[in-house]
Design a protein around this ligand. Structure first.
Ligand code: SF4
Length: 299
């Protein structure tokens, strides 16, 4: 395929952001085996492709294994990903597990199925990582996912909590990494269309989009249209937390504060208007031609 300048520019940008996130959070180290979870959506396809390019250029050695979980949803085009993985030459495993039937059996009609489905899927991914000796598990969540999760927890859960770029699994056996943490969904979508990845539709299970997440997504889209760069600014806030200016007694010793102690970072702002930096201009690959709508495998 001849690659347009636009596609090359987006790829370069995404590689830069992914490489930066990997370095900032020390996501991948010498000798790692990284299990890359590929659902067949735009994000996981992009993740796998970028990691393969970075692997070829990296000064360290690490192994990548692509994994797809065939959840036996009706209409799942089971042949698409194995054919793609074989064509690209990536090491891969297809795991078949009928979580679809389990979820349908356990969850009453009309109720949201995602939380049980995700729990089952997580267990299977961790088990597969153990069997394959993978110490890292890479997921395709991007910057918008992380910001949306922050607002979900903030507005509906009363918690200041997002989705971390790196975490240790509950059993302590693996490290989960999100190398696309700095990448915008819109850039990933354009790249995926340009690359013509064989996309598998994500609504095969018949579940309605989570309503609350959908509302947050719409809210952010609206903000971003009115004030471009808002998602980026909110993400940047996740990297610039000032515990002394929140109200969590577990994070900051408010009770122990007394005159004469060293003032907290960012100081006393009691009578000052908040200092707002100039609007962050949105960063990204230069605008260019977009690509046609995604190729839907099995459609
Ligand atoms: S959308 Fe369907 S496949 Fe995805 S987590 Fe929810 S129930 Fe599972």
């Amino acid at each position: 395929m001849e690659r347009s300048n636009t596609l090359q520019r987006i790829e370069k940008w995404l590689l830069r952001e992914t490489g930066k996130a990997i370095a900032d959070y020390n996501m991948i180290e010498e000798g790692d085996t990284v299990l890359v979870c590929v659902s067949g959506g735009k994000d996981s396809h992009t993740l796998l492709h970028l990691l393969r390019i970075l692997q070829a250029k990296a000064p360290i050695n690490f192994r990548l294994i692509a994994m797809n979980l065939d959840q036996k949803q009706p209409g799942f085009p089971a042949e698409v990903l194995p054919a793609y993985f074989e064509k690209t030459g990536v090491d891969f495993r297809i795991i078949e597990a009928d979580t679809y039937s389990v979820v349908k059996e356990k969850i009453p009609e009309g109720k949201t199925t995602c939380s049980l489905c995700s729990r089952l899927r997580r267990g299977i991914i961790y088990r597969t990582a153990k069997e394959l000796g993978a110490n890292k598990i890479a997921l395709g969540h991007h910057r918008d996912d992380m910001v949306h999760t922050l607002f979900l927890n903030l507005i509906f859960g009363g918690k200041l909590k997002a989705m971390p770029p790196k975490l240790v699994t509950d059993d302590g056996a693996h490290v989960v990494i999100r190398p696309l943490a700095y990448c915008a969904e819109s850039d990933i979508a354009r790249y995926s269309r340009g690359m013509e990845f064989p996309i598998i539709p994500c609504n095969l299970c018949g579940s309605q989009d989570n309503l609350q997440r959908q509302k947050i997504r719409e809210m952010m889209q609206e903000w971003d249209q009115k004030f471009p760069g808002r998602t980026e600014a909110v993400f940047s806030a996740l990297q610039n937390v000032v515990p002394s200016h929140l109200a969590d007694t577990k994070l900051f010793d408010f009770k122990g504060l007394k005159a004469g102690l060293t003032p907290a970072a960012e100081g006393d702002t009691l009578f000052d208007p908040p200092e707002l930096p100039p609007m962050l201009a949105p960063r990204g690959p230069l605008d260019g031609d977009d690509f046609p709508l995604p190729v839907v495998a099995g459609a």
